[in-house]
Design a protein around this ligand. Structure first.
Ligand code: ZN
Length: 495
């Protein structure tokens, strides 16, 4: 999207407010539906201004959001028999539909059930761990049909990469996860990602009730398939489904982890069953797929430190370069070291033998340490010139130990320059005291700024330090308060 200039924004201000009211805040728009539609079309025609893109990118992109409706699917591991035998075992006389248990990145599509249009798209993450996801509306809305059947409130879908569209099919799953979770890569999202809808949830309107009585395959089939206008590849499609009888006539079809469907070839880790009316009865998983219990070990070759200060954090993270190993079809070369504290404790250094796990089933990470390494952490040097070492480990993080660090000052200045006014100052992202929630304290920003205005650094420090509980928090505050005072002084008083 083009960066909108102030003039254009000013011109469509009423429209932006109405759009935000409706899509983000779920309150009345302040105008009639037809007035809204007319304005939206005019903005696009006159200035190429897509108000929905603007509103989602400005207010929602990357924000955490609660998922509703979407339920966890009960899984059963298939062992000692073929997948088809397991499917036949579940069926017991009822008509059931089966579709692929896609192995990509789960998303929830929320609709306005009154007119079948999109409200929001949220990633589902790991439903075992939380019901929260990241808003993906701006990134993925272009994949969807303009309209869905009325009466549907939510659709569960999987974001996938067709294995025929990338060089290394083993990486299809990681690629899909990467594309959904990255803030960048908009072009790749458009050219590679396919959304496959497999489950729907209805409201209790007459249309919703009618859908709940309809045949599962028929409902899915009524979702429009969307093709890319550039190369014709499929951007959105309902999932293919098969009845038990159909699968029986296709020997071997259910026994592979990469399946050809009418709209693409995808990686799967099992099959999911539905009743005729679309109620999910559970999933059958291939044994060995995604169990996360495999103990594969390898040798650490070196440590790679990553400066996270540019990302608004106040720390450095580590990856370990290992002898590559393959887990669930993915070649892992550079897993995350996890906590720096744990790295020190277990001497995860060159020569160490470690196991690699997929945390949250997607992020490669060092698991157990079988034997320690040579103790050389290959500590990084900050651009301010400071050489980091073991004494700069703060809990699970490594931080530049220079209280006047130029990177930290830069990060704080950048944070302040993003505020509309100093009253918006939030000590969380400004100071970055890990695992400390300022919102649970009675800290008074005006009082704090008052110390800066008076040129009283000691009171400023004492006031902040008074809130620090643990020794770790106190050390952390010692490290950052002076820089924070300095940059506040710069903007309040002038340097
Ligand atoms: Zn530094």
């Amino acid at each position: 999207m083009k960066i909108m200039n102030d003039q254009v924004l000013k011109k469509w201000e009423t429209l932006v407010i109405a759009c935000k009211n409706y899509y983000i805040d779920s309150i009345p728009t302040g105008m009639s539906d037809s007035e809204y539609d007319t304005l939206e079309r005019k903005a696009l025609a006159e200035d190429g201004f897509s108000v929905r893109d603007y509103v989602f990118q400005t207010f929602m992109q990357g924000k955490r959001a609660k998922n509703a409706y979407i339920e966890k699917i009960k899984k059963t591991k298939v062992e000692g028999m073929s997948m088809l035998e397991a499917i036949l075992g579940v069926t017991s006389g009822k008509k059931l539909y089966w579709d692929l248990k896609y192995d990509g990145s789960s998303i929830a599509i929320y609709l306005n059930p009154r007119n079948g249009t999109l409200k929001r798209i949220i990633s589902c993450g790991n439903l075992n761990l939380s019901s929260e996801g990241i808003d993906q509306t701006a990134k993925l809305s272009g994949h969807l049909p303009k309209q869905f059947p009325k009466g549907i409130v939510a659709i569960q879908a999987e974001a996938l990469v067709d294995v025929n569209r990338i060089d290394n099919p083993d990486r299809a799953r990681q690629k899909a996860n990467g594309l959904v979770n990255s803030v960048y890569l908009a072009d790749e999202v458009k050219s590679l990602l396919t959304l496959r809808a497999y489950r729907y949830y209805v409201d209790d309107s007459p249309e919703g009730i009618a859908i709940s009585r309809m045949d599962y395959r028929e409902v899915l089939g009524s979702f429009e398939t969307v093709r890319s206008r550039v190369d014709g590849h499929i951007m959105f499609a309902p999932a293919d489904s098969w009845t038990t009888e159909e699968l029986q006539k296709m020997p071997g079809f259910t026994e592979t982890d990469c399946t050809v469907t009418s709209t693409g070839t995808f990686i799967l880790d099992g099959w999911v069953g539905y009743t005729e009316k679309g109620e999910c009865i559970g999933a059958l998983k291939f044994a060995g797929a995604g169990s996360g219990t495999e103990m594969l070990t390898t040798k650490v070759k070196s440590i790679q430190w990553n400066n996270q200060v540019v990302k608004g954090k106040d720390s450095w993270s580590a990856n370990v370069i290992i002898d590559p190993i393959v887990i669930k079809g993915c070649t892992i070369k550079k897993p995350s070291a996890g906590s720096v504290g744990k790295m020190i404790k277990e001497k995860i250094t060159p020569g160490a033998e470690v196991s690699i796990i997929l945390a949250n089933s997607t992020i490669p990470m060092v698991g157990k340490t079988v034997s320690p390494g040579n103790g050389d952490y290959q500590w990084p040097t900050c651009s301010c010139g400071y050489n980091m070492s073991e004494k700069d480990v703060y809990g699970s993080l490594l931080k530049c130990g220079n209280p006047g660090c130029s990177e930290r000052l830069g990060r704080m200045r950048k944070y302040l320059s993003g505020l509309k006014n100093i009253g918006e100052l939030n000590l969380g992202p400004f100071l970055v005291i890990d695992r400390f929630k300022w919102e649970n304290t009675d800290v008074d920003i005006n009082k704090l700024l008052g110390f800066v205005m008076k040129g009283d650094p000691d009171s400023y420090r004492d006031y902040l330090m008074g809130y620090m509980g643990t020794d770790l928090q106190k050390r952390n505050m010692e490290l950052v308060w002076k820089s924070s005072y300095q940059v506040l002084y710069e903007i309040l008083i002038g340097s």
